[in-house]
Design a protein around this ligand. Sequence first.
Ligand code: NAD
Ligand code: ZN
Length: 232
Amino acid sequence: MKIVALTGAGISRESGIPTFRGRGGFWEGTRPEELATPRAFFRDPEKVWRWYCWRREIISRARPNRAHEILAKMEREHQLWIITQNVDGLHQRAGSRRVIELHGNIWRLKCTSCGRTWEDPGACGKIPPRCPRCGALARPDVVWFGESLPTQALRKSFELAEWAEVFLVVGTSGLVQPAAELPFIAKGFGARVMVVNPERTPHADIAEVFIQDKATSGMEKVYELLQNKGPS
Ligand code: NAD
Ligand code: ZN
C-alpha cells in the first residue's frame, strides 16, 4: 500500500516534548510564536538561543514513542513516507528512513550570512554560536514563522500527496500552512484520509476515519485497521 503520514508536534507530545499551542506554551513569559521568528532572533539572538538550547535539552532526553515506532514498522511493511513538521528527529531515531522535514531540524545550524549549514548535535556551547567559516551569527536551521519552506521538501511533499493511497494525519492542528493543505490535495487525488488527534481538526472533516485519540493508542488502531482491510 502507498502510505504517506503527515506528522506534527502532537506525535511527540507523549515523548515529553511540548507542543507550541498546548499547556506550558510559555517560556520566560514569551510565547513560542513570538520567539520563532527572524525578527525576535535579530533583536535578541541570545534569548532565542536560550530557548532553543532548552528545547534541545528536552529533545535529547526524549525517546521515540509507540507512534513513531509503529510508523517505522509500517515503512518496512508498506511503501511509506513521512512528511513531518517536527524538528526533533524522533522519526529517524525510531528507525524511519524516508522522512521529509518540512520545518528543518533543531540539530542543524545555519549561518545567517554565508548560508552554510552544519550538524551540531549535543548540548549547546557558547551562545549565540558563530559560523566556523565566516564568523557571522548562526541560527538553528529551522523554519520560523513568516519564512518559506525548503523548496525541495515542499515539492516532494506535494508529489507524495498525489501519490498516496492512504494519507495519515497524526498530531497536527491543521492550522500551519502550507502543510495543512496536503491532506486536502491527497483527498482530491483519491487518497483515503485517516486522522489521529485528541481534538477535532479541519482535517477530521474530510477524513474517512477520524480516530479521536492520542498518537500512541491512535496509531495502534490505525495499524490494526490497515492490517485488516484498509480504512473503509
Ligand atoms: P501543531 O500545530 O502541529 O499542533 C499540535 C497538535 O497536536 C494539536 O492539534 C493537538 O490537538 C495535537 N495533540 C496534542 N497532544 C497530542 C497527542 N498526545 N497525540 C496526538 N496529537 C496530540 O503543533 P504546534 O505545537 O502548534 O507547533 C507548530 C510548529 O512548531 C510545528 O509544526 C513545528 O514546526 C514546531 N514544533 C515542533 C516540535 C517538535 O519538533 N516536536 C514541537 C513544537 C513545535
Ligand atoms: Zn558563514
